[in-house]
Design a protein around this ligand. Structure first.
Ligand SMILES: [Zn+2]
Length: 151
């Protein structure tokens, strides 16, 4: 009989991103630029989770991220967990945590900001990691979580 807890097929080696809120799945895909990857990606969404009600999970065959890439996930899925897989087994578990700076993933909420008018990569200092407050490097306006738009 098949293992009923296995919602998405196992991977041999790579990274599994678990505990993503179901409604943040596509933001996580976008943050990690997974559309540009050529590795095998499987994801499941609206899976049952005691914590969220519904969660999403992403499995990346043969892909390992650097810490700063992974930490970007915390912008939209602060409780996400990473499982590093070798030979079908979890060899390491990691939590995500916001980095001190984020570049090129969020939009500045100031309509007058230069980054919204010219092709300049956005750059923010994370001034509050708990509430996700991002201070723009160019206009110094703070973009808070309710106004956060992933680009
Ligand atoms: Zn700005």
């Amino acid at each position: 009989m098949k293992d009923k807890t296995l919602s998405v097929s196992a991977i041999q080696r790579g990274t599994v991103i678990d505990h993503i809120p179901a409604d943040s799945l596509f933001d996580v895909l976008s943050i990690l630029k997974l559309d540009e990857l050529d590795s095998q990606i499987t994801f499941g969404t609206n899976l049952k989770s005691q914590k969220y009600g519904k969660k999403a999970i992403i499995k990346l065959e043969g892909k390992f991220f650097k810490a700063d890439e992974i930490n970007r996930i915390a912008l939209v899925a602060p409780d996400a967990k990473l499982n590093i897989i070798e030979d079908y087994h979890v060899v390491e578990k990691k939590d995500v945590g916001l980095p001190d700076e984020v570049e090129g993933i969020a939009k500045c909420m100031n309509p007058k900001c230069v980054t919204n008018h010219e092709s300049i990569v956005t750059r923010f200092t994370v001034i509050d990691k708990k509430h996700v407050d991002l201070k723009c490097h160019y206009c110094e306006k703070v973009t808070d979580k309710p106004n956060l738009e992933i680009i």
